[in-house]
Design a protein around this ligand. Sequence first.
Ligand code: MN
Length: 248
Amino acid sequence: MNILVTNDDGILAPALRALRSELAALGRVVVVAPDRDQSATSHSLTLHRPFRIHRHEADIYSVDGTPTDCVVCAWYGLLEAPPDLVISGINHGPNMGEDVFYSGTVAAAIEGAMQGSPALSVSLATRELTDFVAPASFVARLARRVMERGLPRRRLLNVNIPFRPWEEIRGVAVTTLGSRVYRDTLVRKVDPRGRDYYWIGGEDPVWDPREGTDFNAVHEGWISVTPLKLDLTDEPAVDTVQEWNLQK
Ligand code: MN
């Protein structure tokens, strides 16, 4: 089995090493990751400049591009055959609710699913220093299950792991995407030359605590597994908008 591992935290992220060693028992693991932190780059693709791929050692590559570039490169040249599984992560920080739209981690898994592989995006809900070993070993067990059961086309699993001693994790909950309470602000400052500059800021995200959501599960100490699909069509709204009788 060929597993493609990527992330958005960059090739130096310690999670990659942990993941690579835990996945080794499942098959060949090829790491193709951005050469630097590309968090919150979402699904962007590098189209307006050339980029380079650096081979660090056998089956480890960095790309001076985005997580999506990494998956595209792997599919269209770096690997001899399409990967049997794409794993993106383990991200250093959660990717829940609407954050899946900003996340480079989730975008890379979405790209894998778009290209036709089963795909997982995995995040650890902390920004504290940690070794990722127990989470990586869970990912390996989950990866094995995904390979046994398969995933339907254009589907992926978005996984968020709570940050606490492994024995205090209560189990695995299959969840829906939660919802953030947005309190972002645009902070305007003035630079030394008298010109305005801006920061998108705000306090730490606050979540709607609804039961059954990824946020609620992680908050309560469960590993959250959210099945995602790429088709964003709002099916009931197709009929509703139809009734508007739009004219050209
Ligand atoms: Mn990240």
